[in-house]
Design a protein around this ligand. Structure first.
Ligand SMILES: Cc1cc2nc3c(=O)[nH]c(=O)nc-3n(C[C@H](O)[C@H](O)[C@H](O)COP(=O)(O)O)c2cc1C
Length: 170
């Protein structure tokens, strides 16, 4: 028997989850041909301390899904408060997200944003089923952190937490 979620349930679900403040990442990888892939992802969280694991969720329907589901490594760039335009570019359909030239090889040689608030470089530990998304579980191999204030996404708006705003610019 097929059970479908009602329109009301879907709206309640998406409307409720939209109110949960989330970090904004640009998650990148490089495939076997050397092609760079990246997408904006807010579904990022810490998972385990021993071993050190994080997770990022990628939509099965996204153009980047195949690249990430078969990747060996990926890099999570947690954006800083001044990088909402970068988030919009890496979420835009059909655009070449790397032509702006603001990435450079960072941890594990993966495409990174030097001005990110922090970066987490991972070896793929496992790719799990997450409904219409795949859950990329990453074993953390290297990290970078800065004093830059992280960008947040809440109520479908980019924002940043004033309490954490320790840096005058960026
Ligand atoms: C703030 C924000 C957060 C997002 N979070 C995710 C996410 O966690 N997982 C995901 O698969 N897509 C997420 N997206 C959507 C993708 O960035 C984007 O829609 C997708 O890469 C574009 O589809 P395409 O790759 O097929 O062109 C997010 C978009 C925005 C603007």
């Amino acid at each position: 028997m097929t059970t479908t979620t009602s329109t009301l349930d879907r709206q309640a679900f998406t409307g409720t989850m939209a109110r949960v403040p989330a970090p904004v990442t640009v998650t990148t990888t490089v495939d076997g041909t050397g092609r760079q892939w990246g997408f904006t992802a807010s579904a990022f969280t810490s998972l385990s301390l021993e071993p050190p694991l994080i997770l990022v969720c990628v939509d099965r329907a996204a153009s980047v899904h195949c690249a990430f589901a078969s990747a060996e490594h990926f890099l999570v760039n947690v954006l800083a408060k001044h990088q909402a335009d970068v988030a919009a570019r890496f979420a835009a359909r059909g655009a070449d997200r790397f032509t702006a030239g603001d990435t450079e090889p960072c941890e594990l040689g993966l495409p990174g944003l030097p001005d990110a608030a922090l970066r987490v470089a991972c070896r793929v530990h496992e790719v799990l089923d997450g409904g219409d998304h795949s859950i990329l579980v990453g074993h953390v191999e290297a990290t970078y952190t800065s004093a830059r204030t992280p960008l947040l996404y809440c109520d479908r708006t980019f924002d940043y937490p004033a309490r954490l705003d320790r840096v005058e610019h960026g």
